[in-house]
Design a protein around this ligand. Structure first.
Ligand SMILES: [Zn+2]
Length: 438
């Protein structure tokens, strides 16, 4: 779950009135009439309905989805917002569920003889994004590529001069700032440090496989988290190419196995220290491996909900307010109750979205830019609805000025603080800071 929290709906509202692009971030006085429209009792009523047992925990593809998206459509329509996707309030998000099961043993062979055997779940996990009944990694050479990062803005390229076609790259988790605070953004991990990025970059480089070395401290979670996350089926947005541009095999290996591989390939752990410094050159590990992965494939369609208030002066430009509507559905009983109602996560965010829409509609000041309200599906399964929107935007990304996302509104009462996750990635936080200081 991505927990991006804006504690105050009013603070989000103020961001609209900020001057754009100026050196000083002056904030126009908030439209107090509009803010008064943000109504506590209707806010609570939206939460009561969305989190009721009748909505069954709002899991995608269930009756709970139908009820949730129809409720949103009815509310946007009642408030007089226009359908946001042509003449529809819905954006279909085709999804595919993959249950990848690799062979139980992954065997690494040394060019000069010898081998290391890794056991599934204990020593390695592996899956594929390719939507095929089975995929095979065949005698693929292993290359240690440091952090597996190409970041021109930080003058860093672990793939410089390297051809990894058909090969399997072995990389470290996190980014260079973790070990050396003068590099990248120091301890504030950039997207380059995330495992999702490392898989994407390996695919761009044409690698056949990628294995991330697990290391508890820089990963920030133990092997047990990797293991449980990778033994479940995964839901993803369905793409036309069936993800054939992705690497054949994506996975993790334990630090113990990584050490054994280095030894077999005639390397030492000094390679890790070298890879943390600028200018490191990738190392051929003189090992190769093969792996077959079998998939169970299931396809279904879910929906993002989109509504719009057209702008008065610059309608082609837009600002998005978003909040995911989905939650976990029905699962294991807790105190005799099997419905995971998701009142906080994220009926509160959706209720805030509807209250903001109502406030904009009732305000005497019509927004100059279009204001788009999007409620995403599939957040709990890995940000699927928002990822799909980003790849298939209803409104051009180049004309989208900002997206203020609400995931779980504060429930601790009034607060003076705004928490920014991923600090340093967006200039929106400068406006938020000015608002918070008031
Ligand atoms: Zn959430």
């Amino acid at each position: 779950m991505k927990k991006t929290i804006l504690y105050l709906a009013a603070a989000g509202f103020c961001l609209m009135a900020c001057k754009q692009g100026g050196e000083t971030k002056t904030i126009a006085p908030p439209d107090s009439a509009a803010i008064k429209m943000i109504n506590e009792s209707s806010f609570a009523e939206h939460i009561r309905v969305l989190a009721s047992d009748e909505f069954q925990g709002r899991k995608p593809f269930t009756a709970g989805e139908t009820k949730s998206i129809n409720y949103l459509r009815a509310q946007f329509s009642r408030l007089g917002l226009k359908p946001g996707n042509g003449d529809s309030y819905f954006q279909e998000v085709p999804m595919v569920e993959l249950k990848s099961v690799p062979e139980s043993k992954m065997i690494f062979k040394g060019a000069a003889g010898g081998e290391v055997t890794a056991n599934y779940l204990t020593d390695f996990v592996a899956g594929t994004r390719r939507v095929q009944p089975a995929v095979i990694l065949n005698n693929s050479d292993l290359v240690f590529a440091g952090y597996g990062i190409v970041a021109p803005e930080f003058k860093w390229n672990d793939y410089a001069g390297l051809d990894v076609k058909g090969k399997t790259v072995v990389v470290m988790i996190n980014d260079p700032g973790f070990a050396d605070s003068t590099l990248f953004r120091g301890k504030n991990m950039t997207y380059y440090g995330r495992w999702t990025y490392k898989f994407e970059e390996a695919a761009r480089q044409g690698a056949a496989g990628i294995l991330i070395i697990h290391d508890t401290e820089p990963a920030a979670y133990p092997w047990s988290v990797v293991r449980s996350g990778w033994s479940k089926s995964k839901l993803q947005a369905e793409e036309k190419d069936n993800n054939m541009s992705r690497a054949i095999v994506e996975g993790w290996i334990s630090m113990d196995i990584a050490r054994s591989l280095l030894k077999l390939g005639g390397q030492s752990e000094a390679i890790f220290a070298a890879a943390r410094k600028p200018g490191f050159k990738a190392v051929d590990l003189k090992l190769h491996t093969s792996l077959k992965i079998t998939n169970t494939i299931k396809k279904s369609i879910s929906n993002n909900v989109v509504a719009i208030i057209p702008g008065t002066k610059r309608p082609q430009e837009n600002i998005i307010y978003s909040a995911h509507w989905d939650h976990l559905g029905i699962g294991e009983k807790v105190n005799g109750d099997s419905i995971y109602n998701g009142a906080v996560d994220n009926a509160t965010g959706v209720a805030a979205l509807l209250e903001l829409a109502a406030a904009f509609q009732k305000s005497a000041h019509r927004p100059e830019r279009s204001v788009v309200f999007v409620s995403f599906t599939g957040e709990e399964q890995g940000l699927i609805g928002s990822e799909y929107y980003a790849k298939h935007p209803v409104y051009p990304v180049g004309q989208t000025v900002a997206d203020i996302n609400m995931d779980m509104m504060g429930i601790a009462g009034r607060t003076r603080d705004i928490v920014v996750y991923g600090y340093g990635q967006s200039d929106l936080e400068d406006y938020a800071e000015v608002s918070a200081k008031k």
